[in-house]
Design a protein around this ligand. Structure first.
Ligand code: CA
Length: 517
């Protein structure tokens, strides 16, 4: 892992724009006469491509290529369902994009529904080529089973996502230090439970809480258990080149056993599976919650919003405590590629112009447009750095929401630029990120595999019901319904009966093919 100072990390993210070859004549025009291309673009914000987004209008003017919305499934929130409707309809647009397209593109691409991009990129997309030449492992990760790339992904930037947060003012009230390992953490949570850190004379504190029920499991990390191999919950993981599932390991058994003990002892929110997304708002504003695992940027905002409501309120990120084996890691992080982006369909009669258009978003001009909007309107260049205008930064609204409304940060295939987020990350989160950067905390992620049709069938047959079974058992054990140690052998036998080994076998085969294992 690279150890960069934050300033260096922020600058490093712009390296691609510095090294990417620009068009020789200095502009990005692709066609002389305007070329309209139709696009399916199903994503959570608008379930369609908005033709009068300022960012689209600017791209249309710069390149001569203009996108026309042809999105299927506008009445569903489910991206896969929209994709199925599109494919079933048979009337394919020129471009298929949006969220969660990877699986379908990589399944139907080799069958001829989408255009393989490798040669097109080599010949016509110097900026995309330069980007992937520097990151060959990501080229592998998005390729289909036949070795071809069929889509250009949305490429998130930045390293950290969620962090461990603790009420520093509660520690101070009780005269305690920040916990450095799991034993100290447990003692702190016991003190939060018993010693009235909020000072109201009532034993009402909730030591560990989370607004996301899947995050209930995260403390098993402190017993070296894993909750997922990627930023997708319940995902497979890679251990020394071997695909495994976290929920079928002995560290998981040990972690869940101890988490169940914490739950029974009142160190975990009794409503952790049911309190829901308002848990963080409620437990912090009522001065009840002590410790959580949540996003750096949004969680650090409470020190501002609760400053006048809760006296002395100070909820800050701290280093993950050392595990029982003395390891220290942060399991959740940003994934470098998303299953989102866009692809060229077999119906597209202008694949060369289209790949040049995709390449535009990887040029300096295109990347600035995709990340920051219109220069002079949404951002200005200050000493060579894009800086949002005060109208954006000081509006009191989340910057990402404002960007979505103008068509920036939309989930097209483009390289995100972390400078976009850093400038509205609050001071306490910046300090936390700098603290995390002093350690080598992050783990390699499982970036997924592309199945053949036969492998996909094995996966589809077993995995959804296996995952459901694992989750049901997991929640029951944490809540004290059953004893994981007593139940373990039966559980492992059940996983085998339900096809886990068959799923692992096809995943390993696909993994070896894709990553040369
Ligand atoms: Ca109290």
């Amino acid at each position: 892992m690279h150890k960069l100072t934050l300033a260096a990390a922020a600058l490093a993210t712009s390296a691609l724009t510095a090294t990417a070859p620009a068009f020789a004549d200095g502009h990005q025009r692709i066609v002389d006469d305007q070329m309209d291309l139709t696009v399916h673009f199903h994503w959570r914000r608008s379930k369609g491509y908005i033709e009068d987004w300022p960012v689209e209008l600017a791209a249309c003017e710069a390149t001569g290529v203009c996108l026309k919305d042809a999105t299927a499934g506008k009445n569903t929130d489910n991206h896969e369902e929209a994709m199925n409707l599109l494919l079933a309809g048979g009337n394919m647009p020129d471009i298929v994009g949006g969220q969660r397209i990877k699986q379908a593109i990589n399944e139907y691409g080799p069958q001829g529904a989408f255009v393989p991009l490798n040669d097109l990129i080599d010949e016509h997309a110097p900026n995309i080529k330069a980007w992937f030449d520097e990151r060959p492992e990501l080229r592998q990760a998005i390729s289909a089973w036949d070795g071809n790339m069929y889509y250009i992904p949305y490429l998130p930037d930045g390293k950290y996502a969620r962090a461990w947060f603790i009420r520093q003012d509660w520690l101070d009230n009780l005269g305690l230090e920040q916990p450095n390992n799991i034993e100290e953490l447990e003692q702190v949570l016991i003190a939060f439970r018993d010693n009235d850190p909020n000072g109201n004379g009532v034993k009402d504190e909730i030591p560990y809480f989370n607004r996301t029920k899947e995050e209930a499991l995260r403390p098993i990390n402190f017993w070296d258990g894993r909750t997922s191999g990627s930023d997708t919950y319940h995902d497979f993981m890679v251990v020394d080149g071997q695909i495994a599932h976290p929920y079928a390991t002995e560290n998981y058994r040990e972690g869940v056993k101890n988490l169940a003990r914490w739950y029974a002892e009142g160190l975990v929110d009794p409503e952790i599976y049911t309190r829901g997304s308002s848990a963080r708002d409620y437990l912090l504003s009522e001065n009840l919650g002590g410790f959580t695992h949540d996003w750096f940027a949004s969680t650090s905002g409470y020190n501002v919003s609760l400053k006048d409501k809760v006296e002395g309120f100070n909820f800050i990120p701290f280093l993950p405590p050392e595990t029982v084996s003395g390891a220290r890691f942060q399991e959740h992080r940003r994934i470098p590629i998303k299953p989102d982006g866009w692809a060229i369909t077999h119906a597209n009669e202008n694949p060369i112009e289209t790949i040049k258009y995709f390449d535009f978003w990887f040029t300096e001009e295109g990347s600035l447009l995709a990340n920051f909007g219109i220069e002079g309107e949404h951002y200005t260049m200050v000493e060579g750095e894009p800086v949002y205008t005060s109208a954006i930064l000081d509006s009191g609204r989340a910057v990402n929401s404002q960007m979505y409304e103008i068509g920036a940060q939309a989930f097209r295939g483009y390289p995100q630029d972390y400078r976009y987020e850093w400038q509205w990350t609050r001071e306490s989160a910046r300090k936390g990120i700098e603290l995390y950067d002093t350690q080598d905390l992050l783990l390699d992620q499982f970036l997924g595999v592309a199945f053949t049709e036969d492998e996909q069938a094995v996966y589809d047959k077993h995995w959804p019901s296996l995952r459901t079974y694992m989750q049901e058992r997991q929640q029951a054990w944490v809540l004290g319904n059953g004893d994981i140690e007593a139940d373990w052998d039966d559980y492992v036998a059940q996983l085998e009966n339900r096809g886990l080994n068959d799923v692992l076998e096809v995943m390993q085969k696909a993994y070896n093919r894709q990553y040369g294992g």
